[in-house]
Design a protein around this ligand. Structure first.
Ligand SMILES: [Ca+2]
Length: 224
């Protein structure tokens, strides 16, 4: 009962931005419904960087960040594909693959993805290590009404969830910028140092709405 009340309260206090510094979202069970919808402060992107930290023990596909527009459900999607052991960025509905990741379970991983529409190049940074820069999609921006979702993967604008692609675990420090970050800025993000927070999504001033069983908890520190 207490828990239901807490969920109701969390769902209710959606609109005002919250400072989630030191906090994390906990996704404690597999569902096709539970998720967090984030409100972006901008809608049109000629370039983007998305950074987040996640902690899971999943041994199947799972989405880490799902941004859809009315024209495409995979306008900026980061998803782990278990069969081929690869991290896949999808941008403007085009995907590419990064293999060879030491994507260990039960520990925090910092993942940043940069893309710009001029060169069309995407690059990922996994625990501060860069991947190669690959061509993915050039010439057109991410435009129109965006829906950004954590915990589920959108097959349609704001829906089409599949529990076999849902995220179980913890997620924190989600930021999005409307430009590509330099390697030094990404390093500062990874180290938790003083970096310029996202101007599209800012974890320390985040507007979001929780649906279902997702909790806001203090980020646990390992005690030595
Ligand atoms: Ca899907």
């Amino acid at each position: 009962m207490k828990f239901v009340l807490l969920l109701a309260m969390l769902t209710a206090c959606a609109a005002a931005p919250q400072d989630l510094s030191g906090k994390m979202f906990t996704f404690p069970q597999q569902t096709a419904t539970s998720h967090v919808r984030l409100t972006a402060s901008k809608q049109n992107f000629g370039a983007a960087t998305v950074c987040h930290r996640s902690f899971t023990d999943l041994k199947r596909d799972h989405a880490l960040f799902s941004l859809s527009t009315t024209s495409s459900s995979n306008d900026f999607l980061i998803i782990w594909e278990e069969a081929n052991k690869e991290m896949e960025p999808h941008i403007k509905n085009v995907k590419t693959e990064y293999k060879g990741w030491d994507y260990k379970g039960n520990m925090w991983h910092s993942i940043c993805t940069t893309w710009d529409s001029e060169s069309g190049l995407v690059q990922m940074w996994f625990d501060a290590q860069p991947t190669i820069r690959k061509f993915i999609s050039a010439g057109s921006t991410i435009a129109g009404s965006t829906i950004i979702i954590l915990g589920q993967e959108q097959d349609s604008h704001g829906g089409g969830f599949d529990m076999k692609q849902s995220f179980i675990g913890m997620m924190s420090d989600v930021h999005m910028w409307d430009h590509t970050l330099s390697p030094c800025e990404i390093q500062k993000y990874v180290d938790g140092l003083n970096f310029t927070p996202g101007n599209v999504l800012n974890w320390s001033s985040l507007e979001f709405q929780i649906t279902g069983r997702v909790l806001i908890e203090d980020k646990q520190k390992i005690c030595y």
